[in-house]
Design a binder for this molecule. Sequence first.
Ligand code: 5RP
Length: 294
Amino acid sequence: MPEADVSKRDKNYYTDIPQPTAGYFLKGASNLGWGMKHRLAQVFSPTSGRTVMLAVDHGYFQGPTTGLERIDQTIVPLIPNCDAFFCTRGILRSVVPADITKPVFLRASGGPSILKELSDEEIAMDIEDAIRLNAAGIGIQVFIGGEHETRSVHNMTKLVDMGMRYGIPVMAVTAVGKDMVRDAKYFRLACRMCAELGANVLKTYFVSEEFETVTSSCPVPIVMAGGKKLPELEALTMAYNAVQQGAAGVDMGRNIFQSDAPAAMMEAVNKVVHENMKPKDALDLFNTLKNAKK
Ligand code: 5RP
């Protein structure tokens, strides 16, 4: 039985020392194969080392949530301004034109709706379909501490094995149940477990205290999920703090597509992530672009 972490010794996350990335720009990816590296380089900018992924997969358990009622109308026009697009295969085939040139991350888990226990997921896509759809990566929910924790972890490891066979990176999404505490201790545990078990990228929520320990103790890149819609300045500040504290970008949904001006918000997030623009300046940019559209 592994001992619980009862050591009185202070932990040292070496938050000021970046993990070495010998020969390849992305954390934890140096020893991957060419195909996987090539896919990751489509998603993460080799220049900034970061990504702005646009997450619109929410319908897989929430149905047509606000902002995603008609993806053809509201989301397809935003695709040229993201680095990668995170969606389901159903939306990709039915709504997204095949001549987009942006890389696609595909949601590969599903099962329960918002009416049921969300951790009761299964793998919901064959790797062959991801290949057929030319996916740059696949994403799956992992419910650490959730009712179906072990199954969700095994779903992820199976997907990692499939991804490794074909050079397709797997992004583990650390889902948080209604009653779970969202703090750095929880996300350190969830992210590190997923990375140790093979995830190539982690997607997790931002926490205002010790987020840098979540990123530094995770040996693969972390992208920040946006969470519930916030006022634009708060969302931009969260994205700014996340990347300054070691996140390799964002995979944001509601804070972009539920904004009054999604294209302006997308542009502001791009500046924060790739150019370290300060949140207030990014808000000014957002307002300028939003007003220019009127
Ligand atoms: C749903 C997801 C979403 O992609 C994720 O939550 C990102 O979207 P948002 O920024 O709206 O939180 O993984 O389970």
